[in-house]
Design a protein. Structure first.
Length: 132
């Protein structure tokens, strides 16, 4: 049974990914007459959005840099790696990293995009490319 939802469909600026052929791809935008990509795409309320085309980024990013955030011991949360990844199209994207416990990220390693469910809803994350 399907229920109709009154919630509006999020824009690409609020939900900048989609699944394509079993793979998560990011959505960026390119302004007319410009070569550079913008991520996330401009919101529909931006005066510049009318001159933009949506672009899917389906290439394999590589890890540019990362840090590991350690929460207060009172919160009892595992350390959270966060990373910057470079896409061949010229984008550098920041995201949470979903790595197996005990595995340390390595600068230059290939990554893949995945979707993780959080308390605030779904987000895109990076995983090691070779992780099953």
């Amino acid at each position: 049974m399907t229920f109709a939802s009154n919630a509006p469909t999020p824009s690409a600026s609020e939900h900048p990914w989609r699944e394509r052929d079993g793979r998560v791809v990011l959505l960026a935008c390119r302004r007319a007459g410009h070569a550079d990509l913008h991520f996330p795409p401009l919101p529909p309320t931006s005066p510049l959005s009318k001159d933009c085309e949506e672009v899917e980024i389906a290439s394999t990013p590589v890890l540019y840099s990362y840090t590991i955030v350690h929460s207060s011991p009172k919160l009892n949360k595992a350390p959270q790696p966060l990373g910057l990844a470079d896409f061949p199209e010229g984008l550098r994207v920041f995201a949470r990293m979903d790595y197996p416990q005990g595995r340390t990220p390595a600068i230059g390693e290939p990554l893949k995009l995945t979707i993780a469910q959080t308390e605030q809803g779904p987000i895109y994350t990076f995983q090691p490319f070779d992780q099953e």
